[in-house]
Design a protein around this ligand. Structure first.
Ligand code: HMG
Ligand code: MG
Length: 303
């Protein structure tokens, strides 16, 4: 398979990246980060999450954040919407894309959204319908597609089953997520090859956490299957509050560096993303985990 000549990188740092931070990050910092990411050229930024603030307190500022950002025409600002309450808030905040998030693992579904996979799909039915009626894009996210922190193995038929259900709900795009970063390239390739039989390849995305250091290799394996949408988090921020020990998403700077080296177009200014990574890392008071980001920043500081 020849690699795609162009990929879409979805920046998920403001949501997946920040949701796990213990200290409350003020809305104006999140807004400044999203504005910097917009200026860097992302076509899609996951900016908010309308979930229960009791479950994920960090995302409680989502309405304020959505109201405060400077939007660029054509950029999709996405928001997580687990139920009708979330969807109503996301519509009021004028999110462009609603994200329903389910799991291929029964155990993780219970821990993350407090219901079974089957019940979650029923709950998403109304959300999907209302999102479509409002003329919004709908994205589905499938957690634990390569392994689960609670039940271990997750079978390919289980992933296919959720994919088919999300497809039938009308999802425009579906994310295949390695929530705890346990996948390795051959496994990822096998799963992706099975999924592209069920859903258009240009609307499937890879959402890789880098817990075991495999994310870039898994992206490379997915490129080989022909997948052309990848999620990444500036400065490698993140982790899921309901997946203990899960670290951040693959760092955006590392993915951009990889794509540059492979001659794959992204439309994103790597230097501007490095700046954004430095900005948020400085606010959090620690060094970002992007290897490319840190190398570029160090090189810059030395000249
Ligand atoms: P529940 O407790 O079963 O819901 O939670 P409920 O309907 O019984 O409501 C209980 C309370 O929550 C009520 O408040 C509701 O109003 C409130 P109370 O009456 O007790 O004061 N509530 C809400 N408040 C604000 N916004 C809402 C909302 N819904 C209910 N939308 C629920 C069910 C899904 C809400 C809960 O489990 C939840 O919020 N879970 C969030 C989990 C989460 O955000 N996880 C992280 C994101 S997913 C992820 O990171 C994975 C991903 O990156 C892919 C990957 O890497 O795998 C996407
Ligand atoms: Mg995630």
């Amino acid at each position: 398979m020849t690699f795609p000549s162009k990929v879409k990188i979805v920046e998920v740092g403001p949501r997946d990246g920040l949701q796990n931070e213990k200290e409350t990050i003020p809305a104006d910092i999140k807004i400044a980060l999203i504005n910097q990411l917009t200026a860097a050229g992302f076509a899609n930024i996951e900016a908010a999450s309308f979930v229960s603030p009791k479950w994920v307190p960090q995302m409680a500022t989502s309405t304020e954040v959505m109201a405060g950002i400077t939007r660029k025409q054509g950029v999709i600002y996405s928001a997580l919407t687990p139920n009708m309450q979330g969807l109503t808030a996301a519509l009021a905040a004028n999110a462009d894309e609603m994200v329903i998030f389910g799991s291929a693992s029964e155990a993780f579904s219970q821990k993350n959204i407090n219901c079974s996979i089957a019940d979650s799909i029923e709950r998403f039915r109304d959300v999907a319908l209302a999102a479509k009626q409002a003329g919004k894009r709908l994205r589905g996210s499938i957690s634990c597609a390569f392994g689960c922190p609670y039940q271990g193995e997750v079978s390919i038929p289980a992933v296919i089953d959720v994919l088919q259900r999300m497809r039938d709900l009308g999802c425009d795009e579906i994310d295949i997520a390695d929530t705890i970063g346990v996948g390795t390239p051959n496994k990822v390739k096998t799963v992706m090859q099975a999924l592209v039989q069920e859903f258009p390849i240009d609307r499937l995305s890879g959402h890789f956490h880098d817990t075991y250091g495999q994310a870039l290799a898994n992206i490379y394996a997915s490129l080989d299957v022909g997948i052309s949408i990848y999620h990444a988090s500036v400065a490698g921020l993140g982790g899921c509050p309901y997946a203990k020990g899960a670290t951040g998403n693959v760092a955006t700077e590392d993915v951009l560096y990889l794509m540059q080296g492979l001659g794959i177009e992204t439309g994103i200014d790597l230097d501007a993303v490095v700046e954004a990574g430095q900005f948020i890392s400085q606010h959090l008071g620690r060094k970002g985990s992007s290897r490319a980001g840190n190398a570029i920043a160090a090189k810059r500081a030395s000249v």
